[in-house]
Design a protein around this ligand. Structure first.
Ligand SMILES: Nc1ncnc2c1ncn2[C@@H]1O[C@H](COP(=O)(O)OP(=O)(O)OP(=O)(O)O)[C@@H](O)[C@H]1O
Length: 213
């Protein structure tokens, strides 16, 4: 059966503040979905809720038949996300950290080494594998954060403005990598303000809200 991501009358509030007004949709894998809307519309909040990191105040969010909840191992196995900067080890090279992620998800040594190198190459930074995170520029750090996220298996990928700090050429490389994951059946939802990413998407969720609210 095709994997579905469903938001059913989803609303998130904190006290008197509404972080995400009532939102409903159904998305089917595979696909690349743009999540758009003005600043403060609720894009990050929606992604955190879909990632099972933020509990809704009402309604529900389902990935397949699983309620979004980050501490459920089955949910965690299906859903990867890059919403905040992921933890990075200061004293391990990029290759070592990417290998560690792959080994923890079941790769053997050779698969992990090859996968780490290939991932950096696809993201245009094959020459940085032996560097430490503090030796990277902001854009290179963002590419490494993406590499860490893409180094684990997933059926659903949630990205919050993955284009941040990236130049035009790097955005194209990232879109090519995301397309490869869509081609193998993944569903990717990405919050973005960049037109070239919106244009590349198969569908769009647009949250409407006053930026001042
Ligand atoms: N902890 C919080 N308490 C109260 N309100 C919050 C909290 N976090 C966010 N908000 C509010 O929730 C709304 C949605 O924020 P969110 O970060 O989801 O927006 P966004 O669409 O991702 O914005 P941007 O495009 O600027 O990244 C905003 O109006 C914001 O001010």
């Amino acid at each position: 059966m095709t994997l579905q991501v469903q938001a059913e009358k989803l609303e998130v509030a904190a006290g008197e503040s509404v972080l995400l007004p009532e939102t409903s949709f159904t998305l089917q894998a595979p696909g690349l979905i743009a999540l758009t809307g003005p600043n403060g519309a609720g894009k990050t909040t929606l992604l955190k809720t879909l990632a099972g990191r933020q509990l809704p105040s009402s309604g529900q969010c389902l990935i397949g038949n699983l309620t979004a909840y980050e501490f459920d191992p089955a949910f965690r196995a299906a859903v990867a996300s890059l919403i905040d900067t992921p933890p990075m080890a200061r004293d391990m090279t990029l290759n070592e950290q990417l290998m560690l992620v792959r080994l923890s998800w079941g790769d053997d040594d050779d698969e992990a080494r090859f996968g780490a190198e290939q991932c950096l190459a696809r993201l245009t930074i094959p020459h940085l594998g032996d560097r430490f995170p503090y030796e990277l520029s902001s854009g290179q750090l963002q590419l490494f954060a993406l590499a860490l996220t893409l180094s684990r298996p997933f059926e659903v990928l949630l990205l919050d403005e993955p284009e941040r700090h990236l130049d035009a050429e790097r955005v194209v490389a990232l879109l090519d990598v995301l397309d490869q994951h869509v081609d193998r059946g993944a569903l990717i939802i990405t919050a973005t303000h960049r037109q070239e990413i919106i244009d590349r998407n198969t569908h769009r969720i647009h949250l409407v809200r006053d930026a001042g609210s």
